[in-house]
Design a protein around this ligand. Structure first.
Ligand code: UDP
Ligand code: MG
Length: 325
């Protein structure tokens, strides 16, 4: 059976980029359709993540021009992860497979062919992995690669150098819909769903236009979210640290008592101050880490919706059943 594909594309203030990359996506979709790799009912699904510029207007115009374009709008900006999630959840009952990809042309769109190939060979999730990061600055490359290593050390199963360019079958998405957390870190959550997976290497290019919406602060936020959403290792580390410091303090007590007994008491305020501040520092860090988890629990127990769709392009609106008289 030829699968129906939805390409899920999050967009936030991308009026400069969309008019260029939309053609690229359509060309790819049409070539896959004509090669009988995907059904003609396949679509490019844009998610407008509460943009303040003309992004939604561009999306609605595109959907009127060609039925292969469709779009949904979020009621406000919720961030990249929520936008991708909204798109995947919209797509899951309408198609057989999805590919999520950034809208700025950075991810090599030709990798989709290979992803579909791997899907037809049985993989339900195909992770796009960056073959090189030559185009990234030294700082971005080393911090990003360091992050994947730390994540794996902390016991999470993040695929090395995989971001959010991936093929996911709707069978997997239906199971994934039961992962209800509001703290989203999609690349770490999909490996938890299981099913057969594979990887495809692709090249990462420069943005075709516009500028990044992921400044360092947001990147660090995402990394921290990833760690605390997927791993409780930092809490275990605190216990280890606590035991270690307690051991040191115990030795310090024996030392001071011995010195006292030997009558060699020193003026000693420097050592006292340093021990107190050291322990104080460790305690504050530990409370802070515990606080981060409590904060997450607080957000989770509210069960707030993770995305709210405020609008859809005409071709996505459900046909209303005629009213009974
Ligand atoms: N994006 C989004 N909501 C946001 C920020 C970004 O939907 O709040 C989208 C953006 O339009 C793009 C993708 O997420 O398609 C990746 O963002 P960007 O290219 O700015 O990040 P970078 O590639 O520089 O890490
Ligand atoms: Mg980008």
């Amino acid at each position: 059976m030829i699968p129906k594909l939805y390409i899920v594309v999050p967009c936030y203030n991308e009026e400069e980029v969309l008019p260029i990359t939309c053609e690229m996506f359509l060309k790819k979709l049409l070539s896959l359709i004509s090669n009988k790799k995907i059904s003609d009912k396949s679509k490019i699904l844009f998610i407008d993540d509460g943009s303040k510029d003309k992004t939604w207007q561009i999306i609605t115009e595109l959907s009127k021009k060609d039925p292969h374009y469709a779009g949904i709008a979020q009621s406000r900006n919720r961030g990249h992860q929520a936008a991708v999630l909204a798109g995947l959840m919209e797509a899951k009952d309408k198609c057989d497979i999805t590919v999520s990809i950034d809208c700025d042309g950075q991810d090599d769109i030709n990798a989709i062919d290979e992803m579909i190939e791997k899907y037809s060979n049985g993989a339900e999730i195909v992770y796009g992995v960056r073959s090189s990061r030559k185009k990234d600055s030294f700082f971005k490359r080393s911090t990003a690669e360091g992050f994947y290593k730390v994540m794996n050390k902390l016991g999470t199963e993040v695929v090395f150098n995989h971001a959010d360019y991936r093929l996911v079958s709707c069978r997997v998405l239906n199971e994934f819909a039961d992962f209800k957390e509001v703290n989203l870190f999609l690349r770490g959550m999909f490996p938890l769903v299981g099913f057969k997976s594979d990887i495809v290497y692709y090249e990462r290019f420069e943005r075709v236009a516009g500028k990044t919406h992921y400044p360092l602060k947001k990147m660090l936020g995402l990394a921290w979210d990833g760690i605390t959403s997927l791993s409780v290792k930092p809490l275990h580390l605190i216990i280890g640290l606590g035991l270690f410091v307690a051991f040191l303090s115990f030795i310090a007590v024996i030392w001071s008592v011995t010195m006292q007994l030997l009558g060699k008491t020193v003026a000693g305020w420097a050592s006292i101050i340093s021990i107190i501040s050291f322990i104080g520092g460790i305690q504050l860090i530990s409370i802070g880490i515990i606080g981060e988890y409590i904060g997450k629990i607080y957000m989770e127990v509210k069960h707030r919706p993770r995305y709210i769709i405020s609008d859809r392009t005409e071709n996505l609106k459900e046909k209303q059943a005629p009213k009974k008289k």
